[in-house]
Design a protein around this ligand. Structure first.
Ligand code: NAP
Ligand code: ZN
Length: 352
């Protein structure tokens, strides 16, 4: 076992702080990765603060981080797809059973035995898995992604979660060219949703509670911006949307957005508030509307998304921070003050 520096939370009320964790030895199918950047996802914060206790309680100490990019430092004897020096990524999953119907269908995120990158049972060392707020990670080669050579790694890191989580439902919804597509919430997920919806030719409209983000939304690719607290502005667009991606991390009135959909329109939730959201049956009945959910994406689709980003020069807009500022970054995330993803420069952990 190898001792590795990491940032962990000791309890739901603790700040993240310097810690030492153990990583397993590199076995035949493993890839050892030196972590260069790790994005900060709102799911990290939900987990650290045990906000999802009713669905998946947090085991402490908790080392979050599932937007990982780095360089391969060592590969196991059976690994043929990667070699030392490769630029790679690891997202929200590090293993699955490989045999179930969902694994066979390339949607490992729905495998009953999926192992998430943090806070999942660790079959190698016992306890739970530890994520990317650390110097290094060892991952089965099937869960290692290739980072496009032409993209800046700090901006690639958030693609591993925020990127795939928005790319997957947008692709699944089919041809959106020329259609009116809404993205609700301009944070880490939302700003990637805007970039992808625009890249696939939609007429993109951002719903935001933050008037100060209007200019940025347009720069990121939106054609229009609606301030969701402005009832008149909302009313003007009622019944006109083909598809809406809802990325809000907290309780909100989803019926207001269902009201924006046109006939057969769909709203897909990717945001994961801890409390249930009441849905008005009538809001769905009139207009035969639907509501769906979506969870990250499979490994094959994640690689497809990364390759797409390489071809179209798409990365996240990041504010690079030293790991010592992670607790302050969490507070800013709660205040919706992120432009538009924090990416931790992991070299700052080495020197800590
Ligand atoms: P984020 O960067 O904090 O962005 C969330 C945005 O939602 C904020 O910037 C804000 O946008 C809006 N918002 C926040 N609180 C709000 C409130 N009370 N009312 C209305 N709008 C509010 O978070 P993120 O990393 O994008 O994650 C968003 C959610 O997706 C989290 O719940 C996260 O756990 C979840 N998630 C799900 C998946 C999945 O697979 N389904 C994957 C990753 C993350 P404005 O300032 O523009 O209003
Ligand atoms: Zn995430």
């Amino acid at each position: 076992m190898k001792q590795t520096k990491a940032y962990s939370a000791a309890s739901a009320n603790s700040l993240l702080a310097m810690d030492t964790i153990e990583r397993r030895e590199t076995s035949a199918h493993d890839v050892q990765i030196e972590i260069l950047y790790c994005g900060i996802c709102h799911s990290d914060l939900h987990t650290v603060r045990n906000e999802w206790s009713e669905i998946m309680a947090t085991t402490y100490p908790c080392v979050p981080g599932h937007e990982i990019v780095g360089r391969v430092t060592e590969v196991g004897s059976s690994v043929t797809n990667f070699k030392a020096g490769d630029r790679v990524g690891v997202g929200c999953m590090v293993d699955s059973d490989h045999v179930c119907d969902n694994c066979q269908a390339d949607v490992e995120q729905f495998c009953p035995n999926v192992i998430f990158t943090y806070n999942s049972p660790d079959k190698h060392l016992g306890g739970v898995t530890y994520g990317g707020y650390s110097e290094s990670i060892i991952v089965d080669e099937k869960f290692v992604l290739r980072a496009p050579e032409n993209l800046d790694l700090a901006g690639v890191a958030p693609l591993l979660c925020a990127g795939i989580t928005t790319y997957s439902p947008i692709r699944r919804w089919g041809d959106i060219k020329g259609k009116k597509v809404g993205v609700v919430g301009l944070g880490g997920l939302g700003h990637m949703g805007v970039k992808f919806a625009r890249a696939f030719g939609a007429h993109v409209v951002v719903f935001t509670t933050s008037p100060g983000k209007k200019e940025d939304a347009l720069r990121l690719g939106a054609h229009e911006v609606i301030i969701s607290t402005d009832a008149d502005d909302m009313q003007k667009h009622a019944g006109t949307f083909h598809f809406i991606l809802d990325t809000i991390s907290a309780e909100h009135d989803i019926n207001a957005y269902i009201g924006m959909l046109g006939l057969d329109g769909n709203i897909t939730l990717v945001g994961a508030p801890d409390k249930p959201l009441p849905v008005s049956a009538f809001a769905l009945l009139f207009g035969r509307k639907s509501i769906s959910g979506s969870l990250i994406g499979g490994i094959r689709e994640t690689q497809e998304m990364l390759d797409f980003c390489g071809e179209h020069n798409i990365t996240a807009d990041v504010e690079v921070i030293p790991i010592q500022q992670v607790n302050e970054a969490y507070e800013r995330m709660v205040r919706s003050d992120v432009k538009y993803r924090f990416s931790i420069d992991m070299a700052t952990l080495k020197s800590a």
